[in-house]
Ligand binder design. Structure first.
Ligand code: 5GP
Ligand code: MG
Length: 176
């Protein structure tokens, strides 16, 4: 594995994004919706950088069934807060093809929020398949499969404090 972003770089990027978010919303209270499971570390760090009134909910979107192949996306919103009439900010780990966020935002809009914006830790170059732009992006990264800081490979590595790119020999090694 090779380190793409160190712990210090991640913290600085999250702090920068928090400042952008705080500036954009001003005094308006915010409803943050974290997309499980990849956003948990970002969610925990980001909300503690936001000195404003906010509520936190989660929903689950799973598409990567195991490994790096994409499966059918399913959204489970049973654990989510009421978002009707609220300014909603969706938090996700990475914007890759973009299908996940497009579907999550469409689902949230059915619930008549005042607004829906999206914030992601990472955006991968050259992968986008949708006509959609996340409003807040902490880092742009090359097209590599990354793990750590919440992101997994076959449910491993979410606890790494840094972001690493898996190399072909790591992908072959399917440990559980
Ligand atoms: P999208 O729908 O934008 O293609 O994919 C978004 C989801 O795919 C992310 O929330 C994440 O769960 C997963 N994903 C995309 N790229 C990567 C990656 O490089 N590493 C990991 N661990 N997950 C990824
Ligand atoms: Mg995800």
């Amino acid at each position: 594995m090779k380190t793409l972003l160190t712990e210090a770089e991640l913290q600085a990027g999250v702090a920068r994004m928090a400042l952008d978010i705080a500036t954009a919303y001003g005094e308006r209270p915010l409803t943050i919706v974290g997309v499980l499971t990849g956003s948990i570390v970002l969610l925990a760090d980001l909300i503690r950088q936001l000195d404003m009134r906010l509520r936190v909910g989660v929903l689950q979107a799973s598409s990567y069934r195991s490994g790096t192949t994409r499966g059918q996306l399913t959204i489970n919103s049973e654990m989510m807060l009421n978002v009707t009439g609220r300014d909603v900010l969706v938090i996700d780990d990475i914007f890759d093809t973009g299908h996940t966020l497009v579907e999550v935002v469409a689902k949230l809009k059915e619930l008549s929020p005042t607004s829906v914006k999206t914030a992601v830790l990472l955006r991968k170059h050259g992968r986008q398949e949708v006509d959609f732009e996340p409003e807040f992006v902490a880092f742009e990264i090359p097209d590599e499969f990354v793990v750590g800081y919440g992101l997994d490979y076959a449910d491993q590595y979410r606890n790494l404090r840094y972001l690493a790119a898996l190399e072909p020999e790591d992908l072959a090694d399917d440990r559980t």
